[in-house]
Ligand binder design. Structure first.
Ligand SMILES: C[S@@+](CC[C@H](N)C(=O)[O-])C[C@H]1O[C@@H](n2cnc3c(N)ncnc32)[C@H](O)[C@@H]1O
Length: 211
């Protein structure tokens, strides 16, 4: 993948494709390859749309967040949009399970605010403490709760609820509604919306941790 970068928020490097305009075909092709490798894990055939990216930025209130976590960055379109919206001193931790996506992100996304880990979202607490990162203000997740083993989904849900700072936001974009059943025992009822300008249209759930 190209190492070329344009200036994003506060002069930091961001992917040249971040923000607006059409998505690079190369990213879509790599994403489709990822889906063919592991359909249940990737859960979608093309990356999220620009409209979905911006809806996630708003729902998670990323412009005010100091510590952000992304579960399942994939080929990094969402990640770049998040970095572009975040402040100059904020930090982003992204956790990706697919080794090829992880490798590509590591090689292509250079930003001092970006921290990347290879592994399952279940290890979120361990990754945060290993890097001495604070409790997240926002966690955004595209991992498919509907196709993951239920015990994995439950471990991710309980970890997210535990590590999020009081008043912090958990935003999940999903084709199906299973995430609600896993998350609501820990964080109560979410706010729900749809993003229809995306293939396929997705539900966007937002929880705010009490406190
Ligand atoms: C629907 S894709 C979202 C990709 C990208 N964020 C986007 O919106 O274009 C889901 C991503 O979650 C990753 N994933 C699935 N299960 C995971 C897990 N347990 N931990 C971390 N990442 C996971 C997949 O490999 C894939 O990259």
């Amino acid at each position: 993948m190209s190492q070329q970068r344009v200036q994003g928020h506060a002069g930091h490097a961001a992917k040249p494709s971040a923000g607006f305009g059409p998505k690079p075909l190369r990213d879509s092709f790599q994403f489709l390859r990822g889906f063919v490798r592991n359909p249940a894990q990737v859960g979608s055939i093309i990356p999220s749309s620009r409209q979905l990216e911006q809806r996630l930025v708003r729902s998670a209130r990323l412009r005010d967040a100091r510590m952000v976590v992304e579960l399942g960055p994939g080929t990094g379109g969402t990640t770049s949009a998040f970095l572009q919206a975040m402040g100059a001193t904020a930090q982003l931790l992204a956790i990706e399970l697919d080794t090829e996506f992880h490798h590509r992100l590591h090689a292509s996304l250079h930003d001092p605010r970006f921290n990347l880990e290879l592994g399952s979202a279940e290890r979120l607490a361990e990754f945060l403490s290993a890097r001495w990162l604070p409790a997240p203000d926002a966690i955004i997740s595209g991992i498919p709760f509907s196709t993951m083993p239920p015990e994995v989904s439950d471990r991710v849900a309980s970890t997210v609820a535990r590590v999020l700072r009081p008043g912090g936001r958990f935003v999940a974009y999903q084709v199906r509604g299973h995430v609600s059943g896993f998350m609501s025992p820990y964080l109560g009822q979410p706010e729900k919306s749809w993003e229809v300008i995306n293939v396929p249209p997705v539900r966007v759930y937002t929880w705010v941790k009490p406190g």
